[in-house]
Every structure is written in C-alpha cells, then in structure tokens.
Design a protein around this ligand. Structure first.
Ligand SMILES: Cc1cc2nc3c(=O)[nH]c(=O)nc-3n(C[C@H](O)[C@H](O)[C@H](O)COP(=O)(O)OP(=O)(O)OC[C@H]3O[C@@H](n4cnc5c(N)ncnc54)[C@H](O)[C@@H]3O)c2cc1C
Length: 313
C-alpha cells in the first residue's frame, strides 16, 4: 500500500486505508504508566487523554469526536484498581471494572452493584470501569445514580495537587463535568450504609441498551423500622443525573408504607425535567418514572429490613 492510496485528514495525520478523511483514524501515542505521578505528568501534555476500559474512548475515536495525541492507559496503576473498606466508608479505585462489583453484593453498596450488573453485556462489564462511567458523564450512566445515593465523592489528581468533588457537583451537562484535561480521577469514596439500596432502570431490551429512565434509592432504618435517612437519585431524566432531596425527605420519618412511597414518587416526578429524544418522549419518561420509583423504593426497603433482620436488630 503506497502512501498516496491512504486516506488523510486535512492535517495529513490520518492514514487509514479505505476510510474517508472524516472517519480516518489519527495516529496517537500509547502510554501505560505504572503510577499516578507518572500518569498525571503525561496528562500535562497537549492532547493527552486517559484511557481506562476504552468502551467509550474507542467508539468516540472512531466517530471522530475524540482525537487524542496521547492515550494514557491507567489500568496498570495499582492504586486505581483497589477496593478498600474503612471506618468512614469505601474507597474504590477509578479503574475497578463493573465485573468486580459483583463481589460487593450485600455489603451496603447494592445500588451501585445493581447498576454495574446491568451495564452493557458480559464483555463490556469486564472492561468498563467506574471512573470511565463517571468521566463519560452520560445522563444515562448506569452506576451514576447509585454513586450519588451512596454519597460518592471523586478525587481528582494533577501535577499541581489533588481535590475532592462531591458527585452532586461533578456533572455539568450531558457528557460534561468539572474535570480539567490534566486531571486524573484516581478514586471514588462512598459513605458506609447499614440500610438498603437499589437501582432500577427502564430499557427497551433487557441488556445492551441504555437507560430511558433510571433511579437509585438508599434507605437507613431506625430500630423501630422508621426511615431515619434517605437518598434518591434519577438518571436520564435531565441533562445530568441528580439527587432529589425533596422526595427523599418525604420518606424520612415514615415506615415506607404505600402512601409514603406514592408521595415520594409524586415528588420525584415533579422534580425532574426530561427531554423527548430518540429513546422516549418526555411524557413517556414521566409515566415510566413513577412505577420505576415505586419498585426501587420497595426493593431498597426490603433490603434494609432484611439487613436489619440478619444483624438481629
Ligand atoms: C457495547 C456497549 C454497551 C454499553 N452499555 C452501557 C450501558 O448499558 N450503560 C452505561 O452506562 N454505559 C454503557 N456503555 C458505555 C461504557 O461502557 C461506560 O460508560 C463505561 O463505564 C466506560 O468505562 P471505560 O472504562 O470503558 O471508559 P473509557 O472508554 O476508557 O473512558 C471514558 C471517558 O472517561 C475518561 N476517563 C476514563 N478513566 C478516567 C480516569 N480515571 N480519570 C479521568 N478520565 C477518565 C476517558 O478519557 C474518556 O473520556 C456501553 C458501551 C459499549 C461499547
């Protein structure tokens, strides 16, 4: 194959045989740092982009919406692959894959585990990472509502230092967030939960489909079964996944009986502002939201009750 027969981009960088210039893949350098300090030094460079599981990056590159000069593969960094429980909750490395969350079932993170379990198919889950889902920042990201109800906070590291941002302040629009290009998300910290949590989503197909509407709930119960703390988050019903504090407040002080759940579902529906798009109309999303919310609240409640019974409380 001669150079003349290769497609090229206007800058002359693309050299993929048989592809039109608009779809030609540009050359890039691939780096595989072994430490966070090496990774953030590489991200200082112009056009350097983190690569985790690649399940979004590869597609965005092929579509031409991402044109990295350097791909910084973060999967070999041990700190980004650890799962650690401590007194103040959990720390999850950003490159932990969805498949690994299966081992965390029943440990107070079920809303997250539920989301990880339905993301993509088996192959996708074995590659896709929690940090990738957070940084992709899709309103329909399957682990995002679960992370929100579990009080998720992201640590962002750069050469000049680190900062921690609550996920309720991390997302700024569809596919957008507060991360600077030179920052690496190294870990996600979650609050401990003694209660129950759950994630539910509506999709047209049972797997390999993005959520049309999604919802996560966490409930903490007192010794007498009264709800003492609640968190509710919705996905795919607005530009970013959001916590809905008013709806959660409706459940606090109740025993999560049917009337309280109905009131919470109404509160959720009035707090969101879904758009109509190819996946569903605004009206359809609002209609699906209430039964989905009821299911998620009931499941979180059942898990909280089961947990209390198992603990002998
Ligand atoms: C077949 C298929 C099915 C899918 N189904 C679903 C689904 O059902 N639900 C769903 O939510 N998603 C789905 N996705 C999208 C994708 O799998 C998820 O968003 C996944 O979590 C991305 O993780 P990743 O590790 O592959 O990220 P990558 O593709 O490696 O990266 C995604 C983005 O995050 C950035 N990034 C990654 N890690 C870091 C880090 N540590 N610090 C800073 N930036 C970082 C990258 O630069 C890139 O911009 C699907 C994708 C495919 C290909």
């Amino acid at each position: 194959m001669t150079q003349a027969s290769l497609a090229t981009t206007p800058s002359g960088a693309g050299v993929v045989p048989g592809l039109a210039p608009s779809t030609a893949l540009r050359h890039f350098r691939y780096e595989r740092p072994q430490s966070v300090s090496d990774a953030v030094a590489m991200l200082e460079g112009d056009g350097a982009v983190p690569l985790a599981g690649g399940t979004d990056v590869v597609i965005m590159r092929a579509a031409g919406t991402l044109t990295p000069r350097v791909l910084v593969d973060v999967k070999a960094i041990p700190d980004l692959r650890m799962i650690r429980k401590h007194e103040t909750g959990w720390t999850l490395g950003a490159a932990v894959t969805m498949a690994r969350f299966a081992q965390l079932r029943g440990k107070g993170l079920d809303a997250l585990v539920d989301g990880a379990a339905v993301l993509g198919g088996v192959q996708t889950r074995s590659r896709a990472t929690i940090g990738g889902n957070v940084c992709r920042s899709s309103p329909a990201g399957d682990v995002l509502p679960g992370l929100l109800v579990l009080g998720g906070r992201a640590t962002l590291q750069s050469v000049s230092g680190s900062r921690t941002v609550g996920l309720d302040k991390f997302f700024t629009g569809p596919g957008m967030n507060v991360r600077r290009p030179d920052e690496l998300v190294t870990q996600l910290d979650l609050k401990p939960s003694d209660g129950g949590s759950a994630f539910e989503r509506f999709t047209y197909r049972s797997w390999m489909d993005l959520a049309v509407v999604s919802l996560a709930v966490r409930l903490e119960l007192g010794a007498d079964g009264t709800c003492v703390e609640a968190a509710i988050a919705a996905g795919a019903v607005g530009p970013v996944p959001i916590l809905i504090g008013d709806a959660a407040a409706v459940l606090v002080g109740s025993r999560c009986e049917s009337e309280a759940i109905d009131a919470a579902c109404e509160s959720i529906a009035s707090a969101v502002d879904p758009i109509s798009d190819v996946r569903g109309s605004r009206t359809f999303r609002l209609r699906v939201l209430r039964p989905l919310a009821r299911r998620a609240i009931s499941k979180a409640h059942a898990r909280a009750v089961d947990g209390a019974v198992a603990d002998g409380t």
